[in-house]
Design a protein around this ligand. Structure first.
Ligand code: ATP
Ligand code: MG
Length: 430
């Protein structure tokens, strides 16, 4: 029988890599907390309608990329392709709109999109999602962008580019849509098939088409910024002043759009110069009409989502510090079967006293066990065999210097801890 493999486009994050993820997620958690955002855990699947309405029927995600299935009661459910709609759903469902605003939340977890797998693009991928719901103030937009940039600063990322735009609001966007349509109409033949079909349904989406010919036309198109109403213009001005105020370098990108009615005002993206084609490390913006679209009252909101795989890839490429792989401080070496209960008890005592410790379970000889200890990066090998048992002793070998120490058994754990603390390794909970 052929062995079963993981589905196309999904990856196992193996021990060689998982500690890097833990590092990134840990920095993300602390950054979010420093900015006053609280963690939520959201479900991985929701009613399909939440996404079709909350992301938009005419988006690529909803049209082509969702993992939708029927459960046994024939409800249509979908594996979440993003977290914003869930976050707003949760905010409304739990009456958070009745408390102090804005409500600032974050979550991290896997998202699912049926896309063509390639480097930096998977069918299951992780996002860090950060949302501020319930305030229209442009400085909340500034805070969201600032939070993402502070995260990247703490992670040591460089060579990033911030692009911002405003997509207006239902007040001013119809005017822009008209302007854009009259610009595009005479060039319709030069657009790709997808863009031709977007012309009627969602012409703004033509602006971010990746087809080079469409992109060249989009570059010539009038900018949405020139059509903004007074309120959106003021908001966009304050956003830029706020970003200048914190010394963030950014550029305006008139082709950056979200293209749906409930995405309003600010749109932004952070791009990595080291990623090639899949170069967006995060994207976000304002969605003042989303809550209404999913059946709630009018609640403004703004947020971003960052791709964890792409952050890890960029950090590896740039040689950023990512912590280190966990390793045992002590490896208990037991060359004789008869000493195993005592050796295992020592291992357990070490662990209970907060020392990362491990041992061999495959009946290897002394030399082979020492080799495994070194291979796992242990600092000390603690030898407890028949000989040590009879003499009520413990032999401790410093695997860095090769030095050997002998201790009385009852002093074993204390002696090991003091050896480790001389090496600068303290107990995790000290
Ligand atoms: P892209 O233009 O790369 O398709 P997007 O506009 O679809 O991105 P968003 O929906 O804004 O992306 O998601 C935010 C972030 O999530 C992206 O900036 C990226 O870092 C990450 N991301 C999106 N899709 C994937 C994917 N299929 N695999 C890995 N990361 C992804
Ligand atoms: Mg995409």
């Amino acid at each position: 029988m052929e062995s079963i493999k993981a589905p196309r486009g999904v990856r196992d994050i193996l021990p060689e890599e998982s500690w890097k993820w833990a590092f990134v997620l840990d920095v993300a958690r602390r950054t979010a907390e420093d900015f006053g955002y609280a963690e939520v855990h959201l479900p991985v699947f929701e009613h399909t309608e939440l996404f079709s309405r909350g992301i938009g029927e005419t988006t690529d995600v909803v049209e082509k990329e969702m993992y939708t299935f029927q459960d046994r009661a024939e409800r249509s459910l979908t594996l979440r392709p993003e977290a914003t709609a869930s976050m707003v759903r949760s905010y409304l469902e739990h009456g958070m709109h009745r408390g102090v605003q804005p409500v600032k939340l974050w979550c991290a977890g896997p998202m699912f999109r049926y896309e063509r797998p390639q480097k930096g693009r998977y069918r299951q991928f992780w996002q860090l999602d950060v949302e501020a719901i319930g305030a229209a103030d442009p400085f909340v937009d500034v805070e969201i962008i600032a939070l993402s940039l502070e995260l990247y600063r703490r992670l040591g990322l460089s060579n990033l580019e911030v692009k911002v735009n405003s997509v207006g609001c239902p007040e001013c966007r119809p005017t822009y849509r008209k302007t854009l349509r009259s610009f595009l109409e005479p060039r319709l033949d030069e657009l790709c098939d997808t863009c031709r079909s977007r012309f009627d349904r969602n012409p703004l989406r033509i602006l971010d088409c990746k087809n080079p010919q469409c992109a060249a036309i989009a570059d010539q198109a009038p900018s949405v910024v020139e059509s903004l109403c007074g309120e959106c213009g003021t908001h966009f001005g304050l956003l830029q002043r706020g970003l200048e105020g914190i010394g963030a370098s950014f550029s305006l990108d008139k082709r950056l759009v979200r293209g749906l009615d409930y995405y309003t005002k600010t749109a932004y993206e952070v791009l990595s110069g080291d990623l090639g084609a899949q170069n967006a490390v995060c994207g976000g913006g304002r969605y003042d009409n989303l809550a209404e679209v999913i059946g709630g009252p009018h609640v403004p909101g703004v947020g971003f989502a960052a791709g964890i795989e792409r952050i890890v890839l960029t950090m590896e490429q740039q040689g950023c510090f990512m912590g280190s792989a966990p390793r045992p401080a002590v490896f208990v070496v037991c060359p004789d079967e008869e000493a195993r209960p005592e050796a295992f008890a020592l291992l357990h005592l070490l662990r209970q006293s907060g020392v990362a410790a491990d041992m061999d379970f495959t009946g290897k000889g002394m030399k082979a066990q020492l080799k495994v200890a070194a291979g796992k990066g242990a600092l000390l090998a603690c030898i407890l065999g028949s000989e040590e048992l009879r003499a009520s002793r413990l032999a401790v070998k410093d695997l860095e210097s090769g030095e050997q120490h002998l201790y009385a058994r009852e002093e074993g754990v204390a002696s090991i801890r003091s050896l480790l603390s001389n090496k600068g390794i303290s107990r995790k909970d000290d």
